[in-house]
Ligand binder design. Structure first.
Ligand SMILES: [Zn+2]
Length: 197
């Protein structure tokens, strides 16, 4: 399934959770956004076997890495200070402008390292865990662990720590449901899934 379709499904998952918890308008936006990001994350792995589609996947992966770079930059700007802010901005710069030049797999591995180091510097456990998640994804086959219950469980742990940092009702559920929406949409019985992912 295409990235755009996953984004829409993730948004729907986040939006439904927001309605269920009776979120205010800003939180609806935040929860929907969390659903979108969560709905895209399982495809942060490499598709080495699918060489003929690398250009398309690469475009999507580049966009995902840049998005994380932007998020890291925002985090540095709004939450970090002093040395942490400085290092986070360098990390964001690498994710935005340096990594997209390299090969896909190496780029992904290095992105994971940059994110993990940034998380360590910021002393934020969920950023460190995302780094580990991405590193593992870069080393394993496409649609293996990120598209499994193990990947879901790992993302659940990340979401738990993420939700603990942002006191928004339903955030954990929105993240997990966004992720689940991706796994369901990628299942074989959905038409068109043999060609796309
Ligand atoms: Zn997928």
């Amino acid at each position: 399934m295409r990235g755009s379709a996953h984004a829409v499904l993730g948004a729907a998952a986040g939006f439904i959770v927001a309605q269920k918890v009776g979120a205010n308008p800003e939180d609806v936006l935040f929860l929907t956004g969390a659903g979108v990001v969560s709905g895209l994350i399982p495809d942060l792995d490499t598709g080495g076997k699918l060489a003929n589609r690398i250009s398309v996947s690469n475009k999507y992966l580049n966009a995902a890495v840049r998005l994380i770079g932007i998020l890291l930059g925002c985090y540095a700007y709004f939450f970090a200070s002093g040395m942490d802010e400085y290092i986070s901005f360098i990390g964001a710069f690498i994710l935005l402008f340096v990594l997209p030049q390299f090969s896909k797999k190496f780029m992904l591995l290095l992105s994971g390292v940059v994110i993990a180091v940034a998380g360590y510097v910021l002393m934020t456990i969920w950023i460190q865990l995302i780094g580990v998640y991405v590193m593992a994804a870069s080393l394993l086959a496409h649609r293996s662990y990120t598209h499994s219950l193990l990947g879901l469980a790992f993302y659940g742990v990340i979401s738990y720590h993420f939700a603990a940092d942002f006191p928004i009702n339903g955030l954990f559920t929105a993240c997990v449901f966004g992720y689940i929406s991706h796994l369901i949409a990628d299942m074989r019985f959905i038409p068109g899934n043999k060609k796309r992912h």
